[in-house]
Design a binder for this molecule. Structure first.
Ligand code: 2HA
Ligand code: ZN
Length: 282
């Protein structure tokens, strides 16, 4: 079969035939409506099982391959659905095959094979290093892990201008803002120092935090969240963002009372979660 036919077949399955593609496109649009992903801000990656895509793609046929500047042999053979570099979350719904791609990491971990999408010579997100390295660490922590999501969630960014960036203090404030926070992220959030985005350095630092937490705040930039499903990763970011919003709405007025350490401990006990150590007083 000629390459042209394979290419046009690929084109044929574009749009929303693959359920994971539709899910990602809809999620990105939703995030844009929240105002969290202006212009090309934000990126998402999701591990795909072969069974999820085998009936839509010819997994044996490989087109373009893309060199990775950060080898990831740990992910050899794994298949990912990833947003494209420079693509606008708002536009993914109307052009999924130009905005998203399905890629498979080669056996040596040095390249990614494009199995679908990235039409028009598009390439994976500029934050691919942070995504791949975070996937490696989250999979070690939880075999059910599948999704990494980066967003410019407005109040998370806002809070990083006015709150101490010590991650224990940052986590505690978030826990104090909404009753359910400690249940949703008992492991807390990681907080990096400000860093230049889009490379292996920030990728490694983010992944290092992901060993312990499922969410990592990038000061004056946004947040990374992870989870076993798109809903879980989004729900985590949404919960952190809500707490940050409550903080930003209240802090300037002077907070008269909030959930006490004892109450946070009671919540953790009731919901069977273990809060990260060193944050709550005895
Ligand atoms: O361009 O959000 O961090 C997408 C980004 C980079
Ligand atoms: Zn960003």
């Amino acid at each position: 079969m000629s390459t042209t036919i394979i290419a046009s077949d690929r084109h044929h399955v574009s749009n929303t035939a693959i359920p994971a593609v539709r899910e990602m496109a809809e999620m990105a649009y939703h995030m844009w409506t929240l105002g969290w992903d202006e212009r090309n801000g934000g990126n998402i990656s999701r591990i795909l099982e072969e069974e999820e895509v085998a009936s839509y793609l010819r997994l044996g046929e490989v087109g373009r391959t893309i060199a990775l500047s950060f080898p990831v042999p740990e992910l050899a053979g794994k298949i990912f659905l990833v947003t494209g570099s420079g693509k606008y979350f708002r536009n993914i719904v109307s052009d999924p095959a130009g905005s998203l791609g399905i890629i498979r990491v080669t056996a040596d971990g040095e390249r990614a094979e494009v199995l679908w999408g990235f039409e028009g010579n598009a390439s994976p997100t500029s934050e691919l290093a942070a995504h791949f390295m975070s996937h490696i660490e989250r999979l070690r922590a939880d075999p059910e892990h599948r999704v990494v999501m980066h967003s410019h969630a407005t109040h998370v960014i806002t809070m990083t201008f006015v709150h101490d960036l010590d991650e224990k203090k940052f986590t505690k404030t978030l826990w104090q803002m909404c009753t359910e926070c400690i249940v949703v992220f008992p492991e807390g959030v990681g907080v990096l120092p400000w860093m230049v985005p889009g490379g292996a350095d920030i990728g490694r630092k983010t992944a290092d935090k992901m060993k312990k937490t499922k969410a990592v705040v990038w000061p004056h930039h946004g947040i990374f969240g992870s989870g076993s499903t798109m809903d879980e990763a989004f729900g985590l970011i949404e919960t952190v963002e809500k707490a940050a919003q409550v903080y930003m709405l209240t802090a300037a007025h002077g907070i008269k009372q909030s959930i006490t350490d004892r109450e946070l401990s009671e919540l953790a006990a009731k919901f069977g979660v273990i809060p990260a150590a060193g944050i709550l007083g005895a």
